[in-house]
Ligand binder design. Structure first.
Ligand code: FES
Length: 147
């Protein structure tokens, strides 16, 4: 290589650098794609009480059921802003509830104040999802603003 004129060496080296960089990027892209595609998505199916058909939406880890509802135009009261300070985001978890975070004493207290609480009642703002969860959630009628 040292016998090549300097300009040629420079071009050759720059080309090799680009090839190495491109190859590394391709490997990274495929590795990233594999990781993304191999992490099963979380879905939440919302059963609505107002006669609307059920809706299923993908949820990102760290989002709450309330976040996903609001981000998709589903009406769900949230008077305290999602800080476990009211009972207006009350929902029923019909499937997947065992995968959700444990219910806290505070959440339980507020659920007791909700309209028609049941054994599968949760506060949507406290149901934070992780990857690979399949939830089915009933949104109660939203005429009751609650506490
Ligand atoms: S929005 Fe108030 S407890 Fe969820």
């Amino acid at each position: 290589m040292s016998s090549l004129p300097p300009a040629f060496r420079l071009n050759f080296d720059a080309g090799a650098g680009r090839s190495t960089f491109a190859a590394a990027n391709a490997v990274s892209f495929f590795a990233f794609s594999f990781l993304v595609l191999s992490v099963p998505a979380t879905t939440i199916t919302f059963q609505l009480s107002d006669g609307q058909p059920a809706q299923t939406h993908v949820a990102a880890p760290g989002e709450s059921v309330l976040d996903v509802a609001l981000n998709n135009g589903i009406q769900l009261q949230h008077n305290c802003g999602g800080v476990c300070g009211c009972s207006t985001c009350h929902v029923y978890i019909n499937a997947g509830g065992d995968d959700l975070p444990e219910i806290s004493d505070k959440e339980e207290d507020f659920i007791d104040r909700a309209e028609n609480p049941r054994i599968n009642s949760r506060l949507a703002c406290q149901c934070v999802v992780e990857a690979d969860m399949q939830l089915v959630v009933t949104v109660p009628p939203q005429h009751f603003l609650g506490h």
